[in-house]
Design a protein around this ligand. Structure first.
Ligand code: GNR
Ligand code: NI
Length: 171
């Protein structure tokens, strides 16, 4: 097992809509292992498969504290089925947009439907960091990034910065 490379802006694959998982087989379980390894190595608290270039609707997450035991969570075909009227603000970052952080307002509570690794369906009601992280990761499966929620001025500035940095590497 090896951590996989995390794709970053301006990689267009980040804008793809990922495909639902039809059957949870050995290749899906291997992909989940790779996602966890990549997420812990980064380190990050969540990771969507598209961030390693695989356009499948799979998300891994671990919101445990550093000093605690790992609490790995996997969400297959996750779907937001309800959002609260109440909003909350959280300073977000993204492994695909390194070193950029900005406050984002989202629904404070969400209900999410997903499959576990056995293919069993679950429904959870999330609040706090879990609600924020689930929305951030489910957005990735739909080609949406947290910078889509900030001002156009800031978004254009950050997109330009990454485009310029990529050009430099190319040259
Ligand atoms: O590691 C991550 N931290 C984080 C902080 C606030 C809101 C969302 C996140 S997710 C991010 C990892 C990542 O980019 N997942 O897609
Ligand atoms: Ni992200």
């Amino acid at each position: 097992m090896a951590p996989r490379e995390i794709i970053t802006l301006p990689d267009k694959r980040l804008r793809l809509k990922s495909e639902p998982v039809k059957r949870i087989d050995a290749s899906i379980r291997k992909l989940v292992d790779d996602l966890f390894e990549t997420m812990y190595d980064a380190p990050g608290i969540g990771l969507a498969a598209i961030q390693i270039g695989v356009a499948k609707r799979i998300v891994t997450m671990d919101l445990s504290r550093k000093e605690e035991e790992h609490k790995p969570q996997v969400f297959i075909n996750p779907e937001v089925i309800w959002t609260s009227e109440e909003k909350s603000k959280y300073e977000e970052g993204c492994l695909s947009i390194p070193d950029f952080y900005e406050e984002v307002e989202r629904p404070a509570q969400v209900k999410v439907k997903y499959l576990d690794l056995e293919g069993h369906e679950h429904e959870i009601e999330a609040s706090g960091l879990l609600a924020t992280c689930l929305q951030h990761e489910i957005d990735h499966t739909n080609g949406v990034l947290f910078i889509d929620y900030i001002s156009k001025l800031k978004r254009d500035r950050i997109i330009k910065k990454f485009a310029k940095a990529a050009k430099k590497v190319e040259a």
